[in-house]
Write a protein that binds this ligand. Sequence first.
Ligand code: SF4
Ligand code: SF4
Ligand code: SF4
Length: 253
Amino acid sequence: MKRPKIAFFDFACCEGCQLQVANIGEALLDILDIADVVEFREVMSEKWDQSFDIAVVEGSITDHHAIERIKMIRSRSKLLIAYGSCATIGGINGMKNNFELDEIRKEVYGKDYKYFDTIKTMPVHHVVKVDYFVNGCPIYPPEFITVLKAALSGIPYDVPDKSVCIECKFNENICMYEKGLTCMGPITRAGCNSWCINNGNICYGCRGMVSNPNEKSAKDILEKYKIDLNLILNRINMYNKCRELEDNEQKRY
Ligand code: SF4
Ligand code: SF4
Ligand code: SF4
């Protein structure tokens, strides 16, 4: 049987998700028993100019060149996995969308800003079809392996659409609100096994929002703990600003 070929690509991002994959260790070796990695800039210099079975894409689409490049990658690949919040929901790159594009360009490039192309940040699925999503900033390694195995086996994977609180309760954590902190767990998609809370941090909402957040409960929590709504809205924007494009300008594939 022909060994599947996997290629990794990056767009606008910090490359932290690539690093997570490179550090996965043994579980990744199991994958390499049955598949070949043919391109992965962070860990190898080889590049095979060919088609591949699975493209694994990190980062957001933030300029016209990126639009052309992701279309080219899609045309060469049978399946496409978007991984990391930058790729799946726009992530922190989406904060750019809070500003006028010229304002951003002047700030970054100074007087010659007009020579530097930029567009509003988009997640990958706003430009090409994505078959699998691995949310998170960075990705949660066990979920990445699950998704890669699903892609190699030809079975679907759905990002969980329940809140992080559910996993957090199973892990018997003391709620951050009880400690006087705020946490985005109630409206954030699970799948990371409440990673941050297990390690003493709050949830920042990096996996994106559940599709049907329980607004009433969220309001009750804000009232009970006397939390300013603007604080929560700012936190939502930190990772989820690109959600606004779904309704307004862009069509989801
Ligand atoms: S999702 Fe987070 S860790 Fe991954 S590339 Fe983007 S900013 Fe970096
Ligand atoms: S709000 Fe945060 S700390 Fe509290 S249960 Fe939900 S995820 Fe856990
Ligand atoms: S707990 Fe929240 S911020 Fe941490 S990985 Fe999970 S979704 Fe992301």
